[in-house]
Design a protein around this ligand. Structure first.
Ligand SMILES: NC(=O)c1ccc[n+]([C@@H]2O[C@H](COP(=O)([O-])OP(=O)(O)OC[C@H]3O[C@@H](n4cnc5c(N)ncnc54)[C@H](O)[C@@H]3O)[C@@H](O)[C@H]2O)c1
Length: 304
């Protein structure tokens, strides 16, 4: 091994220790929140659940909110809530995120109507909740299109302008299912693993190319009480409260945190997953009830 390589490895080790210590300090003394007032936030799937709450809460922080959703009815509902809680305008666009051309067209319209987007939140998601052979081909395809592929197209539409300014924020609402595969989520987990992988590679790519002003946040929550996972049973960890989850997501974005797992226990599971043998993990899945959680899944009824 050449002298230069050894020197580089030693320097890398010093930096790894430094950043590990920094992470410990940041755990106790969190970095300050950034000011986002006046910024444009685009939220996909803004018509319901997490997307609706993120829209309203970012509006309260002084942001202009652009909401996309396939359901006009849901968008109307968010407009109503926005008006009641903030008195602010909600710029709503119907867009089917499983349609690449519709995404590009809607993005162009947003650029003409509003201008640049500062914070892009890829939040929209769907779940079939079916075991692999019971899930239709078209449903599996749609899950991949909405939960994963749509992120590519929104990025292609809005990232160039962020790169030009070396400023902006890309947020991926993935899931705990983006780290852990459980029964009844074969297609969903595939799509969410895809979103996590995309987010991780994008983050590395931005750092590698010097675009460190464009922040990336990857959110991986456990079940949240929005109705999306109606019927899910959890004996081990309680289902998260929507408002609490949204407050934590906003906090992570404002502190430019890269990875947010909710609850914190998921970080421990991620470590366990890397260390334990597969058979031990199967036992953990069985005795925590996690593997049976989707057995009585109902989910959302089809949106209008
Ligand atoms: N709820 C949970 O337990 C949970 C847990 C972890 C991660 N997540 C993720 O959080 C995100 C939001 O979930 P939620 O619970 O708020 O769901 P939700 O069902 O309440 O809201 C999703 C919204 O996305 C919209 N949508 C669906 N398909 C669309 C399409 N093709 N084009 C455009 N919009 C579309 C729906 O109309 C709806 O308004 C999803 O990505 C989900 O996978 C949810």
């Amino acid at each position: 091994m050449g002298f230069e390589i050894v020197l580089n490895l030693l320097w890398m080790l010093v930096l790894v220790i430094y950043y590990q210590l920094e992470a410990i300090v940041k755990f106790f003394i969190q970095p300050s929140r950034k000011d986002v007032s006046g910024q444009v936030v685009l939220v996909t799937g803004a018509g319901s659940g997490i997307g609706q709450r993120l829209s309203v809460e970012f509006a309260k922080l002084g942001c202009t909110i652009v909401g996309w959703d396939v359901s006009q009815k849901n968008l109307n509902e968010t407009s109503k809530v926005m008006e009641e809680e903030t008195g602010k305008e909600f710029y709503a666009y119907t867009c089917d995120l499983s349609d690449r051309e519709a995404i590009y067209k809607t993005a162009e319209k947003v650029k003409q109507d509003i201008g640049r987007v500062d914070i892009l939140i890829n939040n929209a998601g769907i779940v079939s909740g079916k075991t692999i052979l019971k899930c239709s081909d078209s449903m599996m395809q749609k899950t991949m299109e909405v939960n994963t592929m749509a992120h590519f197209w929104t990025l292609k539409a809005f990232l160039p302008e962020m790169l030009e300014r070396n400023e902006g924020h890309v947020v991926t609402i993935s899931s705990g299912a983006g780290y852990f595969g459980v029964p009844g989520q074969v297609d969903y987990a595939a799509s969410k693993f895809g979103a996590v992988g995309m987010c991780e590679a994008l983050h590395q790519e931005l750092q590698h190319t010097g675009k460190t002003g464009v922040n990336v946040t990857c959110v991986c929550p456990y079940y949240i009480n929005t109705g999306m996972f109606e019927g899910v049973k959890t004996s081990f960890m309680p289902i998260l409260e929507k408002d609490d989850a949204v407050a934590r997501i906003i906090d992570a974005i404002l502190r430019n945190q890269y990875l947010l797992m909710l609850p914190k226990m998921l970080y421990l599971f991620a470590v366990m997953k890397s260390l334990l043998p597969t058979k031990a993990l199967l036992v953990v899945g069985k005795y925590t009830g996690v593997n049976a959680a989707m057995d009585d899944f109902i989910g959302r009824k089809k949106v209008d």
